[in-house]
Design a protein around this ligand. Structure first.
Ligand code: NCD
Ligand code: ZN
Length: 345
């Protein structure tokens, strides 16, 4: 196959940051995707509808003129132990907010304001269930006694499984799943739960972090896992099961904050997102499954219309730039300086 045309995809998990950083990264996403679910982990986090609407206006104002009107940011609120049921109603009524994000406190970048005790959120979760507003979950426990490679599995057992039992009609997106355990859990649990999968977790296993030295640009959370888990993710993504769909988790950090004694978690993939997924699907011999994963199942789960426009990918060798501008700093993209074989026209 030398060319494929698919319905324009959506990115169901994206970090855009704000200010000048936002202006640097937004065009990468808006060029490829019609819509994206925008993560609320800014400093300070987006905790009210009012803040989310202001952030949305900031994103729209940051779009380059050529992309104006062609990209729709779908907003989220950051769940805290103080998020009130009335805030949930306001969020729902705004129509701009498509989900509420649960970060276990301390799990990842800018998550200090996250949830320590999920039982404190029960009334709010009940309101979400009643109002059909999905919960988006960063599924890792933060207990430092738990091995970093086991944090997703332990989260399923301790938090997620009980949550799905207590709130059977709450729609849940288990974000950026990284393990075979998560794949099995999502498959076997009710139709209320679905999962996003990143391109980097489809393409890489944990060896990438330690290839000939320590490689900070392969460090993200949840951390890359063993090959058996990558295989399970690839099988899920290419299986045609509508519970699994695209979410890049593209998470830009300045080069200086990555190449650091305590480097930030996050991999930037927005520069070549759909091409990276195409590469993974091609390796699995499943390019025919790319369109539904990238463009149908996410919209269906979020109960939004599918896109009507199309994009075309061509088999063409190109070299990923070594770096991009990022406000006043530099941003190192995934596969910087390396060859890719698919290119969006
Ligand atoms: C994300 C970020 O940098 O905001 N980092 C990451 O490694 N994925 C936060 C997150 O989604 O966990
Ligand atoms: Zn993320």
């Amino acid at each position: 196959m030398t060319s494929i045309t698919i319905t324009r995809p959506d990115d169901w998990h994206l970090h855009l940051r704000d200010g000048k950083q936002l202006r640097s990264v937004l065009p990468h996403t808006a060029r490829q995707f019609a819509r994206a679910i925008i993560m609320p982990n800014l400093k300070p986090p987006i905790v009210t509808t009012e803040m989310a609407l202001a952030y949305r206006a900031q994103i729209l104002a940051a779009l380059p003129e050529t992309l104006y009107g062609s990209f729709n940011p779908l907003m989220t609120l950051y769940l805290t132990e103080n998020t009130s049921p009335s805030e949930i109603i306001r969020a729902k009524e705004s129509k701009a907010i498509q989900g509420i994000k649960l970060y276990p406190a301390g799990a990842t970048t800018n998550s200090d304001a996250g949830v320590t005790d999920i039982t404190k959120c029960y009334t709010t979760l009940e309101t979400m269930e009643q109002n059909n507003l999905p919960l988006l979950v960063h599924g890792e426990v933060t207990d430092t006694n738990i091995d970093i490679f086991d944090r997703e599995k332990v989260f399923i057992d301790r938090i997620l499984a009980p949550l799905t039992q207590r709130f059977p009609n709450l729609r849940i997106v288990f974000e950026h799943i990284t393990t075979r355990d998560a794949v099995m859990f999502v498959k076997e649990t009710s139709k209320s739960i679905a999962a996003t999968i990143t391109a980097h977790h489809l393409l890489l296993n944990r060896n990438a972090i330690f290839q000939g030295g320590i490689r900070p640009h392969y460090y993200c959370l949840p951390i890359l896992k063993r090959e058996i888990h990558r295989q399970a993710l690839l099988n899920a993504a290419t299986s045609g099961n509508p519970k699994f769909f695209l979410g890049t988790d593209s998470a830009p950090h300045a080069q200086t904050n990555k190449e650091n004694a305590c480097g930030c978690a996050g991999i930037f993939t927005a520069h070549a997102a759909i091409e990276l997924y195409a590469t993974a699907f091609e390796q699995a011999g499943a390019l025919d499954k790319l369109e539904a994963f990238a463009s149908f199942y996410g919209a269906d789960f979020y109960q939004l219309p599918r896109n009507s426009s199309h994009i075309t990918l061509k088999k063409e060798h190109w070299i990923v730039p070594e770096k991009f501008g990022f406000a006043n700093e530099k941003l190192i993209p995934l596969y910087a300086g390396e060859n890719l074989t698919w290119k969006m026209t």
